[in-house]
Design a protein around this ligand. Structure first.
Ligand code: SR1
Ligand code: MG
Length: 404
């Protein structure tokens, strides 16, 4: 029996042995360095490199989350992540990291090291702008989401994919954290700064109309197996360089409503926007960043719609879905889901257990509460008005009215 024939939680030294035993990536006698570089909530990410700078990534799942929260999550998430990245690379070549191998025993995936990229959230926290972002993320969204729907894919192939990417443990996290907990705080694990407590109680936990809309969105998320989603498409799941993005970390992937991915991207751009507004002191630079974010949000929605319409009749398979008016009806449903998701995401990242640095970095509590209140109002507007939020310019209008 070899060292890696039975699962155990690896540490850096084990990962060096692992990569040497399982791959020919490095020469056998090379001195290797291994560092754990993950900053997510669930997995361990090891970078193994030699002295000449060649490197590779091993992403390894523990049975318990890395926060050692007492929460145990199926390590099958690692298979889902590896297989979906391979699947997505075929649909959107170059927009996801390359997977070299996946090991179901050790629950790890060996993949391309994107060290010339930075995590988009970290870059946005430093007010960096990426002029090509809207173009590339809308390419990613249309070319990955549309071809996996029933309108484009043979119904038996589609159902096989639904089964293959059934992801109950990770979906349960989203069902709880994005929907139920964020609106009801049933487990009592939510938190907010003291001066926000009354506001959150009234505006979220006691707002029955909001709960009703949240319930509709939750069951849309759970029951609407429309498209093979990334499932956690925030700015920490996107790498960006000067010219290119790569979307990674699709361990929450499952068949759900397409708008879920779109709404997530938009919500985290809004967090980047308010972080800049709250912290940047250089006015021209603040304005430059605000203009870019506003324009990027508008472009993502409008480019998504345009590319969706251009692709629809080229790749649609289902005869009846070619009926005049159906494409528009289908797209409206997606856009409404996107606006609703964006609203839920804004709220849950403020009150829930999984917060974002754009907010928690604001150490002045008066300033933080000022922006949190505005974001919660904006999130509610997106949820309540989702049926009429169909264009990028409407997002811009809502953002302008609620935040400035
Ligand atoms: C316990 S995991 C908390 C959050 O982190 C992930 O990135 C997902 O967004 C999840 O909701
Ligand atoms: Mg993640």
């Amino acid at each position: 029996m070899g060292k890696f024939s039975t699962y155990f939680l690896m540490e850096a030294a084990d990962v060096i042995d692992y990569i040497q035993e399982k791959t020919q990536f490095f020469k056998q006698d090379e001195v290797l360095n291994c560092q754990e570089i993950g900053d997510g909530n669930l997995n361990y990410v090891f970078r193994i490199s030699n002295n000449s700078g060649a490197s590779v990534i091993v992403k390894h799942s523990g049975k318990e989350t890395r926060a050692k929260s007492g929460r145990f999550i199926d390590v099958d998430r690692n298979r889902i992540e590896a297989e979906i990245l391979i699947h997505q690379e075929k649909l959107a070549p170059g927009l996801v990291p390359k997977v070299y191998d996946y090991d179901p025993i050790m629950c790890c995936c060996i993949m391309e090291d994107l060290k010339e990229f930075e995590i988009l959230r970290s870059a946005l926290l430093q007010y960096k702008i990426f002029p090509y972002f809207a173009e590339q993320i809308s390419d990613y969204l249309v070319s990955i989401l549309l071809p996996t729907t029933d309108v484009c894919l043979n119904h038996k192939k589609k159902k096989a994919l639904v089964k293959k990417y059934s992801n109950p443990d990770l979906c349960e996290i989203s069902e709880q954290l994005v929907y139920t907990e964020s609106l009801l705080n049933s487990s009592g694990k939510n938190s907010c700064i003291n001066i926000m407590e009354k506001f959150v109680q009234k505006e979220i936990y006691e707002d029955k109309k909001l709960h009703l809309e949240g319930a509709k969105l939750k069951f849309d998320f759970m029951e609407h197996a429309q498209s093979l989603l990334h499932g956690d498409l925030h700015s920490g799941s996107i790498f960006a360089s000067e010219v290119k993005i790569k979307v990674f970390d699709p361990e929450f992937a499952f068949y759900g409503p397409m708008g879920y991915d779109i709404g997530n991207v938009i919500a985290h751009l809004i967090f980047a926007l308010i972080h800049s507004e709250a912290t940047q002191t250089d006015i021209p630079s603040k304005k430059h960043f605000r203009d870019w974010i506003n324009e990027t949000i508008r472009s993502i929605i409008d480019m998504f719609s345009k590319k969706f319409k251009e692709s629809f009749y080229c790749i649609v398979e289902d005869e009846l879905s070619k009926t005049e008016g159906f494409m528009e009806y289908y797209l409206e449903g997606i856009l409404s889901d996107a606006a609703g998701t964006c609203g839920m995401e804004l709220i849950r990242r403020i009150v829930g257990v999984a917060k974002v640095k754009e907010i928690t970095n604001l150490t002045d509590e008066t300033l933080r509460s000022y922006w949190e209140k505005r974001l919660i109002h904006l999130g509610k507007k997106f949820i309540f008005d989702r049926a009429i939020i169909m264009e990028g310019s409407t997002y811009q209008k809502y953002i302008e009215e609620a935040l400035f």
